[in-house]
Design a protein around this ligand. Structure first.
Ligand code: RIB
Ligand code: CA
Length: 309
């Protein structure tokens, strides 16, 4: 099998942690690097968490530190879901790996060039590192095969009624990404809110018995309580949706369309405006919006992957 070379850009983050654990078990993916960005928690925590999680699961993958704030705006974290330090109250042993000094955006460019245009970028945090790489390197847009994101929503929002966190945090960066010309596969709230696991399913997964299965369970408890309060049937696995889409697109459905990001709105800032449900009159249609998931198959795949720990 030809493995897909990927970089996962993330802001761990409890669901980012699940995404990293799942991606590590996917034989379809060849993880070249993890790059971290401020978002769910400050960069000091997201970088530390990325290093600690990869070390904890035994992944020999370099982790790079990225942007400590959005391009133009002030950082807004999400402690109500992720806790102050981004790990939902879970404490992992400190990574013993040497600390990478190369900046995330430089690593993205270097590895994309090494992979000769075959690299998939999986972005599950604010798009700040991607925007900096696009801005710093003229050839960046020609070196990335596709970008698979967790972010946005054709309908709805989770930070405001019309904006999802990763886009809301850095809308200017997101607009740079959507208009770069690189094909974007957008796993937004339209699909991630249906890609959930119930409390009972997560308890059943923990019974797999590995330390990773226990970490999967433990980091999600704060988020589960939040979704319980919202009366939802389970916790949305936002970031795992993006990594599973990258490796198993057959579990999903979607459509090509155009997307632009509102950066000037007062109450609409961060909205991913799409012509998916209108007259398709946007200038380009290089975004595939993922709209549906086979949830049973999605959950089964998660069990299958986690059973390998
Ligand atoms: O809106 C959900 C997204 O915001 C996820 O990536 C989560 O980790 C947070 O970053
Ligand atoms: Ca994230």
């Amino acid at each position: 099998m030809n493995k897909i070379p990927v970089i996962i850009d993330c802001d761990p983050g409890v669901d980012d942690t699940l995404a990293l654990m799942l991606a590590h078990q996917m034989e379809e993916l060849d993880i070249k690097a993890i790059t971290t960005v401020a978002g769910n928690a400050p960069i000091a925590y997201t970088f530390r968490n990325g290093r600690n999680v990869m070390d904890y699961i035994g992944a020999q993958v370099p982790v790079y530190k990225g942007a400590e704030k959005p391009l133009l705006r002030t950082l807004q974290t999400a402690a109500h879901i992720h806790g102050e330090d981004g790990m939902g109250g879970v404490v992992l042993p400190a990574s013993k790996q040497s600390v990478e000094s190369e900046a995330a955006w430089d690593a993205i460019h270097r590895i994309a060039a090494e992979e000769k245009g075959e690299l998939t970028l999986i972005a599950v945090g604010p798009m700040t590192n991607i925007a900096i790489a696009l801005s710093k390197y003229e050839d960046m847009k020609d070196l990335i095969k596709r970008i698979v994101i967790m972010g946005g929503a054709a309908i709805g929002g989770n930070v405001t009624p019309c904006a999802e966190f990763n886009i809301y945090e850095d809308p200017e960066a997101a607009e740079m990404m959507f208009t770069s010309g690189i094909p974007v596969y957008m796993c937004g709230l339209d699909v991630t809110m249906e890609a959930y696991m119930s409390r009972a399913e997560i308890e059943k997964l923990m019974a797999l018995g590995s330390k990773e299965a226990k970490l999967f369970h433990d980091v999600e408890q704060k988020a589960l309580a939040f979704y319980d309060e919202m009366g939802r049937p389970g916790v949305a696995l936002h970031d795992p949706t993006a990594v599973l889409f990258a490796a198993y697109p057959e579990l999903f459905q979607g459509e090509w369309c155009g997307v632009h990001v509102e950066t000037k709105g007062k109450i609409t800032s961060g909205k991913t405006v799409t012509d998916l449900y209108s007259d398709k009159q946007f200038d380009t249609h290089n975004t595939f919006i993922v709209t549906k998931v086979d949830r049973e198959a999605f959950v089964q795949k998660i069990f299958d992957l986690m059973a390998n720990y």
